[in-house]
Every structure is written in C-alpha cells, then in structure tokens.
Design a protein. Sequence first.
Lengths: 183, 375, 436
Amino acid sequence: MSSHGGQPEEGSQAKAEAKPETQKPVEIPPLEKGIIEKITERFGDKIKFVYAKPKRIRFNVKTEDVMDFAKFLHDEVGFDQPISVAGVDYPKENIIEVVYHIGCCTKPEYTSSVFAFALRLPRDNPKTPTLIPVYRGVEYHEREAFEMLGVIFEGHPRLEKLLLPEDWADIPPLRKDFNIKGR
Amino acid sequence: MGLPPSMQVEESEEGRILTISVGPQHPGSGHFRLVVKVDGDIIVGADPDPGYVHRGEEKMCEYRNYIQNIPHLERPMIADSCGILYPFCLGVEDIANIPVPERAKYIRVILAELNRCIFELYWLGIYGIFLGHSTMFMWPMGDRELLIDLAEAATGARVTHAYFVPGGVRNDLPENFKERAIRQLDYFKHRLDQYKDIFYNNPLFLDRTKGVGVLSAQDAINLGVTGPVLRASGVKHDIRKIEPYDVYDQLDFEAYSMNSGDSYARAYIPLLEMYESINIIKQCLEKMPSGSVRTKLGPNPRGAAGESFKRVEAGRGELAYYLVSDGTPKPYRVKLSVPSFRQIPAMPHLLKGAKLADMPAIYWSLNYWPVEADR
Amino acid sequence: MATVQEFSFAEFVKSILWLTFWILVIFTLIILPIIFIVLFYVPAPEIAGIEMNPYLLLTMLVNPEIGAPLINLTLDQPLFRVMVFPGFTFAALFATAIIFVERKFLAKMQVRVGPYYAGREVFWWARSLEGLLQMLADLLKLLGKEVILPSGADKPIFWAAPVVLVIASSALIAVIPAGPGWVIADIDVGLLVVFAILGFFPLTALLASWASNSKYPFIGGLRALHQMIAYEIPLILSVLGVVILSGQLNLSKIVAAQEPYWYILLLPIGAFVFFITALAELERVPFDLPEAESEIVAGWLTEYSGMSYGLIQLASYIKLYALAGLFVTLFLGGWMGPLPLAFLGPNAPSGVDMFGVELLTTQEAVGILWFVVKTFGISVLMLLPRGINPRIRIDILLRTGWAKLIALSFINIFIALALLYLGVAGPAGPVGVISP
C-alpha cells in the first residue's frame, strides 16, 4: 500500500485483512506481536483480538473489564495519548460500538502505532464506565458520543449536549434510523 | 445605588464572581463560546461551549459516495483544506486499494505544506489581533496572499481547493509553477526573518506570552492535545516524522520542540515550522518525477468491508480519520478526529488561575479553529 | 411605516411659503429686538472714522479694504480666542487632521493604503488626495446613526458622560499658549489647572462605564480608573523638574524661560516620563486596556453608538492635541523656533497684514507656525506605538506606573535640583554655583 511506504507483504496482508473479522491475519509484525502477547497474557479470554495491521492493533473489550484494560494499557504497555472516541451504530447486529483510539508519545518504539479497543454495547441500553480517570482527554469525546449516539458513560462529570443545540428533541443523530430530511 | 441588574453575580466564600460569556459574537473568540467566571481579574473557571457552527459533517458523509464527500469534507477547515482532506484520501486508498502515482505524492506534499503555511499565517494574524497588535495582523495577511496565489495557480481556487482525491490529485501543476514558487518562497523566507525580529522579539509580546499558560508534558499527553501545543511542552511528536505518509520519509526536514510549554513556545513553533515548510516545498520541487497525477477510477469506487485509521500532521496538529466501510460506494461511518477538538480540554485546565487579560493569549495559542472543532 | 407621498407642486409651494413665513416671524420678533438691545448697550465699532451702520456692514462684504480693521478687531476679542484660535475650532480641526494622519500613517506602516475612496470622485484634480474627505464622511455617518440606549442604563449619566468628556478635553486647551500672547487664559497657576482638569477623566470614564449597565463596560471602566490614576502621579512628578528650573506655573512664562535652552536638553528623563504617562492618559496603544477589543469588546465605550461615540472620540483626540501641546510647551520651547528671528533677514515683512492693517506681527506668525509644526510632530510620535506594539497587561502596567516611572521621576527631580544648585539653569538664568 503506497500510503504505508510500499512494502508488498503488508499490502497483501491488508488485503487478507479485508476479509471478515473472524479470520486471523496471515502474519503479524513482531512489534505488534509483542504488544498482543503482553495483553493476552494479562487478560486471556476476557478480551477478543480483532486484527493487527502494521502499526494498527484492535481488540474488543467488555464493559466490565474496560477500566482494568485501560489502566493496563496506560501504565504497563505505555499507550498514553487519547486520540479519539468514535461511536458506530450497527442496527443489523443490534450493537453500538464505541471505539477508543489511543496513541503513544513516550515510548519511541510504539509512537507510530495506534491502539484501538472497542466496546460492543447493546443498542437499546448502551452503558459503559467512563475512562476519564485514566485518560483525561476523552471527556469531550465521550460527551459527543453521548449526544450523537445515546451512549451513557457512567461516572462522567457532565453528560450534556456539546455540539447539538440545547433544544434538540429528536433521536441521537448518528444513529442509522435518523434520516437527514430529504434523503 | 445597587448593582445593575444585568450582571449575574453569585455570592461565594471568596467574594463575588462575575460570569462573562466570551460569546460566539465577540471579537475575541471566533465562532466559539467560552463562559468565563472571573473573580476580580483572576479567572476561576472556564467552560468551553463549542457547537455554534455544527453542521453534521459525519452524518452527511454517509449519504454520499467517496468522491462526492470531497467538497464538503474540506469545509470544516477551509484555510487548510488540503490538510483536512489528506487522511480521508489516504484512508479511502487503503480501503479500496488504489495506488497513487509518485508525482501525485510529491504534489500532495507540496500543497499540504503550502496550506500549512497559509493556515499558520492566518493564525499568526489573529494572534496579533488578540494581543492588540494590528501590524501583526496586517503583515501576515498580506504575505498570505502570495501563497494563496500559488495555491490558486495549482488548484484553481484560493482557499477551498478540493484538490486531493483518492488516487492522487485532480490536475497537474501549471508549467511555470516551479520558478514562481521558488521566487515567492524566497521572498516569504525573508519576511519570516522580519517577523522573527519585529514581532517575536518585541518586549511587550514577550511580556504577554512568556510564562503564560504553562502546560507540562505529562498533562499535555494525558489531555490529548496535539500539534505545536504538544511539541511546545517538550514532547517530540510529529506525525510526519513518526509515521511518514506519502514521500515524507524521503525528505530531509526537522520537527521542532521546545521545553517551556508556555504561550511563547506555542507561538514560536509555528514560525519554525514555516521555515521547514519552505524547505520541504523546495526539496519536493527538485525531486518531483514526471508522470501522471491521478489513478483513473471507475464511477463508484468501493472497497471491501473493513476499517482504516489514517493520520496526518495538519497545520494545527494530528488529524485522523476513522473510516468504516461495508463494501458499498458510500462509507458506513466517517469519524473525523480533529486537532481543534482535542485541544478543548486544555482550555479549562490552563485558564484556571490565569488573569483575564491572558485569556486571548492562552486561548488562541492553543491553535483552536472553532469551525473545525464543531464539524 | 411611512408611506411615500406623491410629489405635489401645491405642497411644495406651500412648504416654501410656510418656511418664508417662519423666517420673517423669527427675524422680526426675535432677532431685530436683540440687535436693538445689544446696540443700546454696546457701542458699535468705528471703521474708517464712521460708526458702524447697516450700509457700512453691507459695503464691507464687497470691499474688503474697509473690512480689514473689523477683522483685526475680531482677532483681539476673547470670544475669538475661545472659539476659533487657539480654542475649540482649531483643536477640533487639529484633532480631525490627526485622526486622518493616524489612519494613513498606520496604513502605510502596515502595507495598506488607508482611506482611499472618499473624495476621489469629487473633483478630477483631486485624484491624488486619496481619502481626504474621509473624516467628513465619518462625521456624516455618525450623525446619521441611531444612539441606542441600553436597557436599565442610567439615562442622565449615560447622555452626559460624552459631553463632560468633551468639555474637560476642551478645558485643557484653555491654558496652552499657541503663540506669543495667544493663550485663552493667562493664569499664574496654569499648570495646576491642567492637573486639576486631568483628574476629571478617570471619574468620567468610570461613570460612563457604570451607566452602561453591562459587564464589558464595567470591566473596562475599572481598568480605565486604575490606569489613569496610576499614571497621573508620574505625570505630575515629571513636570516638577520643569517647575523647579523655571520657577513658574504660568505656561506662557515657562515658554519664555526656555529662551537659552529648551528643557528637553536639560531634563530628558522628565520628558520621557511625561511622554509615556501622556500615552497612558490618552489610552493609546500600548496602554489601550480600557478599550481592549479582543477581551472586552470595546471597554467602557461599548454601549455608545452614533454621535455619543463620535463625541467620545472627539474628546479623546482633543486630549491628544492638548497633551501634545503641553509637551511642546513644557519641554520643547512652545512657540519658539530654533532659529532667531533675525534669521529672516532685513527685508522680512513686519507682520501679516491685510490692506494696510496688521493682523499678526512676524514674531506671532512665526511662533504660531513653529508651535503647530512641533505639536504635529509630537502627535505623530504619539501615534507611532500603535503600529509597533501589542497591548500591555494590567499588572505589568501598574507595576511600571507605580514603581518604575515614579522612580524615574524622582531621579529627574534630583537632576533638576542639581542643575539649579550648580547654577546651570534656573529662574534667574545661569548664575554659576550658588554658594551656601
């Protein structure tokens, strides 16, 4: 892939990755392998490994374990910079996914990687503990996920409308059943 | 006589606290509301309230296919439009496996650096207004016109270029672009030297910005700030160096960082970055191969189902796109992680305990662009 | 909403007749009696041996030779001095010219053009006078704007504050001599009058901000109060050196005492401190905190619009002229030119005369010219920091004003005393070391 720097094996790996999630990729680069081993050694079956492209790793975590996972990621593994919190709505699977992307600023071998972990929450009652005690910077991201998708972050100091107007009376806009007028 | 009724005054243990809304219509804030609680001259609390220009960019992306998304995705940041489209194009190329010709990569880097300078000059100008220095507004705005002329020669539009597309760039550079660019960049470098002498060495500017709003490295990383703000606190984190995209790994440039973490450092690093941008553009103009500039795509380019996360160093910091595709020509979810939104938590953190007069100096030194943060 | 009326010739003629009727009524019933009463008590002036009568008045309009003595008589009237020169009209015109020069000067410094279009299309030969009529355009615009009263504002003070500011600024120019003998009020305590009037400004700024009933003016007014009070003290102390060396408080005599050497050569530190504190009194950049646009919109004059705003700006620039004139009077020798009068040569005209009647002597004319040139130069120097500096912060301002400038003023006083006791300068002139 030209955007990664043009090495052919990663291209094929990315193509292989493009198949559905449940298939393990052909070959994991050593750096990411070290991280994955560290995490699976600590958490074992509680988390689910999704994919590991060069410089991108993704795991799926459950809400009960997310606080421990985040603390482990921050303190032991060394990913300390919150980049973004994205909410994705999958109405077909009745799931709302909240994906946290975390980067690293301090360990030079990890700085180019982005670690993603996702919570798959039931669509009619999406609740998850907030990660502000571990990563302070997710405060406003979580507030935006709340107002755009309806995800409730327990323990968040201020779960109010951020970008939407105060008198917004409709369903959270980024859900798939909300349609822009005229489309 | 009693207090005028318009002032919301709350009695508290320390005294009276005045709530000021540095509102969306204010010469000191752009389209952004910052509710500031002031006790005398000291700020005791600040509450950022973005959302004045929220347009639902992310929702709109789901209704248009990848190519149709280009013109409206550049609007959150029209002054740096190439920067905000860059990771989108990289992400789509990743998902749909589109190769990019070598010449297109060089042109992309040139335009991205040009846009970085255009944005930094605008930012410097507005910083001048916030500090009350009208010349510091007029000179960068005037010099910005030269760079905008270059961008217009290349892309056809002054600020809203819509130039980057998945697969390359829309059209090739004009014939005399190289000579014209080198001439204008030499003059621009000469002007940057003047800025350094006249604006950055001004004793009043130093008084207003040195030691004001100090952000420690630990706080900077934990709060998630990015770009010159992060580099001013001593953290060497420049995406162009860490995770080079396109041809940045073949170019020779420096990413600066300073240790003081105050507003002066946050204002000085953009100046150094502008010097490096001139350097990068000149190198690219030398090294650029000839060839096509765009991969011809079918009418509805699509990729397999999957996701991609691409990030780029835009003028304000790290801009990242999280793209989820479900195999159709329209993206399933586009999440923009913009640097302006990430600087928001730094505002209450830095403003608490500062003087009211420091509020513009700190707020604008965080490289905040209200339209981009609202998307 | 008013509907547009169709033009009707009958209405037009009726309105003209109505206007004529009222002019005749007012003239006959009010103005003529006033003239008679005035002429009863005030003797009519004599022109060319004939006592004034209406026939002579009308003749003067077409024959200026007879009118010249009348003009000479007018120039000696105190009312002329108050209203025209060196009084209000001159100050207002000077202020307007300074506003225009400021805009053009700053524009050239900032790679811009400044006012450009106003006045360009008026006359074909006026193309090079870019924007010269801009001030007239601004005046007409301000006159036409609505003055919005904020709800809950204190009405009497809100309306009165700009007027009081103009009155106070104009009162300052009453004691400044614009030429030898050309001063409105030749008071022996002229300098004390200046300081007394300067005390009006912080108070009025605070009242104006309070009466606006809004948060931004509130903060701006408090800042204006702090700033002006903090800088009045170094202002007064820096002038003390001049008073010591000249032994006078009368401004005309201070100018005369600078005959051997101008005081800026003897007391440069005092001049410097005076200049800085004058900038702070005028709220000019870098001291324009009370009007800090990026933090508190427009400070204590946020809620003023239309002609109230115009009056505040007029007061501000008349104060600029007054303080520049004061600087010239105290430190730069007032109306004295650097060259002695004999420089003009033996064939110099003895004065400015009109048909044989001398209006101004040569010394007066040259003095006025030098005063205007010097005041203009100092005003432009006061405009300069606006293009160079950002705004200062309140704690740096107060620290500078209360600590550093007062210290410099005291050093200045010691220098003045040293010069006095060494006999270099003083009220009695250079006398040599005074023996104890």
